[in-house]
Write a protein that binds this ligand. Structure first.
Ligand code: NCD
Length: 326
């Protein structure tokens, strides 16, 4: 079954959120629009809407995470769900229980939604194929494959500043080869109408045939950044890289690190993004990370609204979103 069809129910509505690849412009736009309706909730004195009251959300993180796990937890709580955080390091999985057995155990506790992060590409799809029909899966990052909610919170942040996607020039810089964020963001942006997407990286950090995703490849940062409206910097994913393909950190920063001086060729109101965690002085200079062009902390805040939207949509609660989120 294709990734596309497993994500949708028979009425074409989002049932699991596993990848941005293959989803329609309408579905991606609905996620952004719902997220917009939730964005105000975090600023209220009472930060809750009742859309997932009575539902149980389990955060199943097989790989470490700070901002993704905590923003999923906050999103679920702001939707009034009960939330379980399963720490895999101390769970039965570390005693040898199979993924399928762990899942069925959690299902017996009547969880409605699993948020899954896993080191293996394809893990979230595997789980979506195992669970009962009324259980929903959201992929919070699987290996180097996909990280769809990160892509959507990035796109949400872009849309808030620069809504005209047709004319947008976007650069994604750094370790593309190991980045699930890059893949999911490229699929989302191109479906939403962005035609000028560039990837900028050393040859060793680019996956083969990346051009087939409709992007232009640059190996020179100065060239690639010319007139761009949005720059996404990526972390060097050391945990997934063998040292042989890497130059020294100093050398990497010299060639691909984002500094104020490097920004001079980009559009004057360029947005600088990073999914975090950032490595200051390796892929980005502190002056830029903390500077006026940076929207890195906005990305974190928007992550809550976007994750609320996705949770409400996959569980079918989104049809009440207008009344609940006003
Ligand atoms: C990203 C991830 O885990 O894929 N971070 C995140 O979710 N905030 C990127 C990264 O780890 O570099």
């Amino acid at each position: 079954m294709s990734a596309h069809s497993i994500q949708l129910d028979r009425h074409g509505r989002l049932k699991h959120f596993l990848t941005t690849e293959g989803l329609s412009r309408d579905i991606l736009t609905s996620i952004l629009d719902y997220a917009e309706s939730f964005a105000g909730v975090s600023g209220r004195a009472v930060k809750k809407v009742p859309l997932l009251r009575g539902k149980t959300v389990a955060n199943l993180f097989f790989e470490s995470s700070t901002r993704t796990r905590t923003t999923f937890e906050l999103a679920a709580k702001r939707l009034s769900a009960d939330v379980l955080n399963i720490n895999i390091a101390t769970s039965a999985t570390s005693k040898g229980e199979s993924l399928r057995d762990t899942l069925h155990t959690l299902e017996a506790m009547h969880c409605d939604l699993f948020v899954v992060r896993h080191g293996n590409s394809g893990a979230a799809h595997f789980i979506a194929g195992q669970v009962a029909d009324n259980v929903h899966i959201i992929n919070a990052g699987d290996g180097r494959h996909a990280h769809p909610t990160q892509a959507m919170l990035d796109v949400f942040t872009i849309r808030r500043h620069k809504p005209d996607f047709e004319s947008l020039r976007v650069a994604i810089v750094g370790d593309i080869a190991h980045s699930r964020v890059a893949r999911s963001k490229i699929h989302a942006l191109s479906t939403l109408g962005v035609s000028d997407i560039r990837v900028i990286a050393p040859k060793t950090l680019l996956p083969v045939a990346i051009e087939s995703l409709g992007v232009r490849v640059f190996h020179d940062l100065h060239e690639g950044l010319r007139e761009v409206d949005v720059i996404t910097m990526l972390r060097l994913q050391r945990e997934r890289i063998s040292n042989a393909v890497l130059p020294s950190e100093e050398e990497y920063f010299q060639c691909f690190g984002l500094t104020e001086a490097r920004l001079s060729v980009a559009s004057p109101d360029v947005m600088v993004m990073h999914p975090g965690p950032i490595n200051r002085g390796i892929e980005i200079d502190s002056q830029v990370a903390d500077g006026a062009r940076s929207v890195i902390l906005q990305q974190v805040s928007h992550g809550i609204a976007v994750r609320m939207a996705v949770m409400a949509m996959v569980t079918g609660a989104a049809s009440d979103a207008g009344s609940g989120a006003d």
